[in-house]
Design a binder for this molecule. Structure first.
Ligand code: AMP
Length: 197
């Protein structure tokens, strides 16, 4: 990477089922960034039945958050494996204030910060419907049960929503409507991100 080129670090934010993963994959291609989804990383560990996967499973199956120190260590490891990218799209991370502080700290050691947190706004009932639908084919235990889905929404509201306010105070948080066609939402995101460059 050219040293003069500005890297861009984005957080794609929003409740479970708001479309973060789908959109992050599209943005990864368009802007040549690396998507880091902590949910995907945990599912990879789980699928390989590693000690980390076994630890994460107990929390994931209940719709609760994996402890911060475990999550941050995994994230740090992933970043360190890919230092020379144009930037990162964090998907499903940070989900707590301590995770946000840890991310800022990690980026600041490279003289960087979060450029933008973009929150996809979707209402609760739409989320429940989307996740129950996804659960029919995703094979994800946490999508298959309405009680677990509602617990994930509660955890989002109590532990994760404050992350928005944290970055809003820094002047880099924005909301966009997460409802409508995938391409339509993608256009909104593209426009917003292009304006950051
Ligand atoms: P997701 O695929 O982002 O919906 O994540 C699925 C599950 O993985 C969550 O319900 C949590 O149990 C766990 N998880 C993913 N990301 C995090 C995170 N940043 N902090 C804690 N737990 C996480």
């Amino acid at each position: 990477m050219n040293k003069e080129e500005k890297r861009i670090n984005l957080i794609l934010f929003g409740p479970p089922g708001s479309g973060k993963g789908t959109q992050a994959k599209m943005l990864e291609k368009k802007f040549d960034l690396l998507q880091i989804s902590t949910g995907d990383l945990f599912r990879y560990e789980l699928g390989n039945n590693t000690p980390l996967g076994q630890k994460a499973r107990t929390f994931m199956d209940k719709g609760q958050l994996v402890p911060d120190e475990v999550t941050v260590a995994m994230l740090k490891n992933k970043i360190e494996q890919h230092p020379h990218v144009k930037g990162y799209i964090f998907d499903g991370f940070p989900r707590t204030l301590p995770q946000s502080e840890a991310l800022d700290e990690l980026l600041s050691t490279r003289g960087e910060s979060v450029d933008s947190l973009i929150s996809l706004v979707v209402d609760d009932e739409e989320i429940v419907n989307r996740l129950l639908e996804r659960g029919k084919t995703s094979g994800r235990k946490d999508d298959a049960n309405e009680g677990v889905i509602r617990e994930r929404i509660n955890v989002y509201k109590s532990e994760t929503a404050p992350v928005y306010a944290y970055y809003d105070q820094k002047g880099c948080a924005q909301e966009i409507a997460g409802i409508g066609e995938i391409d339509e939402i993608n256009s909104r995101l593209n426009e917003l991100i292009s304006s950051l460059a």
